[in-house]
Design a protein around this ligand. Structure first.
Ligand SMILES: Cc1cc2nc3c(=O)[nH]c(=O)nc-3n(C[C@H](O)[C@H](O)[C@H](O)COP(=O)(O)OP(=O)(O)OC[C@H]3O[C@@H](n4cnc5c(N)ncnc54)[C@H](O)[C@@H]3O)c2cc1C
Length: 390
């Protein structure tokens, strides 16, 4: 059954509708029934990711010539929303893979790198992550310290990365490190991107973080200890890693917006059902106008967040720059998810505060969408800068 909270199927192409329905069916059958358990145990369900890979969901936006599905960005967001509605922890793994490493390899990889890494990524045979941020360099990643130095034809990497999604479970990581020299720092222009198979000696992930939410997702610090890489591990041009990261984050932020919409939509669906069942003062909660207004505002904000994200995705597919649009979509959708899940907990009353009821998990899962891939404050900085750009 579709509701007013769902994406309006009428405006979708056949492919978009079919992919959305496939993602919804898979999510409801294979993800949603286990989400509470994964949340409790912090289990990262790799077999589910492998299944999603076989269906093409790990290479949705990669062109077919590189073994991907070649979907447009709106299709990708529709699928991600469905997965996130079932479990946001699974959605973030898919989102990272599709957005950041895939974009980097596609745009800047050599043909040999695309053959070797992008094709298996797109086929879902490799789980890939992205390590930019460091313990002391979060909102200002250009202040990073991890360093690569030349060693004959290759490189040796040392340093520490913080909270990498899939850090302990990925097969491959795109790692940003400095390639300028300590005596001649070049800020953002001194950062390069390396393709790092995680079985390389010196790649040392920490134990999975014990997070507030998104607990089915593996998040781990990664130490780089005398990690030796061949020359062909460098992606694109030396010194361009920061630029590649920002490009990847543009696509990534659209994915986070879809993830936030999925979380918020699920909270609304559960609230609508609960308010029809729960009775106080001899009538269901939904009969009270104060409750109806809350539900109406939740539905309206979700529709607005989805529309903003889809509009930005459509711009991206037309080849238009979407830096500010992606930030607006992420900012609005993540704050919507936090607001909607807060209302949902309130509508459930004391039950909303209990682990036995799913809105509590959605509330915890929503929070991180305001933090990662740039906090809400950083999105506002990006948007405001755009207002002054000539
Ligand atoms: C679950 C999870 C998964 C993650 N996955 C990844 C990943 O896969 N790869 C990766 O590289 N990183 C990842 N991260 C890191 C994440 O992107 C950073 O945590 C985030 O960018 C914020 O950096 P920080 O935590 O260092 O906060 P800080 O930069 O220390 O910010 C602290 C506070 O100060 C505010 N602030 C900072 N600068 C300004 C300013 N100029 N103006 C106003 N306010 C400001 C921030 O908005 C925030 O409220 C992940 C983080 C989490 C929690």
């Amino acid at each position: 059954m579709t509701t007013v909270a769902d994406a309006p199927a009428g405006g979708l192409t056949d492919t978009q509708r079919q992919v959305m329905e496939l993602a919804r069916e898979f999510a409801r059958e294979h993800i949603e029934p286990h989400a509470a358990e994964w949340d409790r145990t912090k289990e990262f369900p790799r077999p589910v990711l492998d299944e999603l890979g076989k269906l093409g969901f790990l290479g949705m936006t990669v062109p077919e010539r590189y073994d991907g599905m070649g979907f447009d960005s709106v299709t990708y967001l529709l699928a991600l929303e469905e997965i996130a509605a079932a479990d946001a922890g699974i959605a973030v793994s898919i989102g990272i893979q599709n957005a950041i490493p895939a974009t980097m390899l596609l745009r800047h990889g050599s043909e040999a790198q695309r053959e070797r890494w992008l094709k298996p990524l797109a086929r879902g045979e490799l789980l890939v992550g992205f390590a930019l941020f460091e313990p002391d360099a979060g909102s200002d990643p250009a202040g990073m310290h991890a360093q690569a130095v030349r060693d004959g034809d290759g490189w040796v990497l040392n340093g520490a990365k913080a909270w990498a999604t899939n850090g302990g479970t990925a097969d491959l990581m795109m790692v940003m490190v400095r390639t300028d020299t300590p005596g001649a720092r070049r800020g953002a222009k001194g950062i390069s991107t390396f393709i790092v198979p995680t079985d390389t000696p010196g790649y040392r992930p920490g134990k999975p973080e014990d997070k507030m939410g998104l607990r089915a997702s593996n998040t781990a610090a990664v130490a780089l200890e005398d990690l030796r890489l061949p020359a062909d591990a460098l992606l694109g041009e030396e010194g361009m890693g920061f630029v590649y990261s920002m490009e990847g984050l543009e696509a990534g932020r659209l994915g986070i917006a879809a993830q936030a919409v999925g979380i918020a939509r699920r909270a609304l669906e559960l609230s609508v059902a609960y308010c029809a069942e729960r009775r106080q003062f001899d009538r269901p909660l939904r009969d009270f106008q104060g409750v109806q207004f809350k539900l109406a505002d939740m539905a309206t904000r979700i529709a607005a967040a989805r529309a903003l994200a889809h509009a930005a995705a459509a711009c991206k597919d037309r080849g238009e720059p979407v830096r500010e649009q992606a930030s607006m979509a992420k900012l609005f959708a993540s704050e919507t998810a936090m607001w909607v899940t807060t209302q949902a907990v309130q509508l459930f009353g004391g039950y909303g505060y209990m682990r036995d009821f799913p809105v509590e998990k959605l509330f915890r899962d929503a929070k991180v969408t305001e933090i990662y891939e740039g906090t809400s404050e950083i999105q506002r900085i990006v948007i405001a800068r755009g207002l002054y750009r000539a």
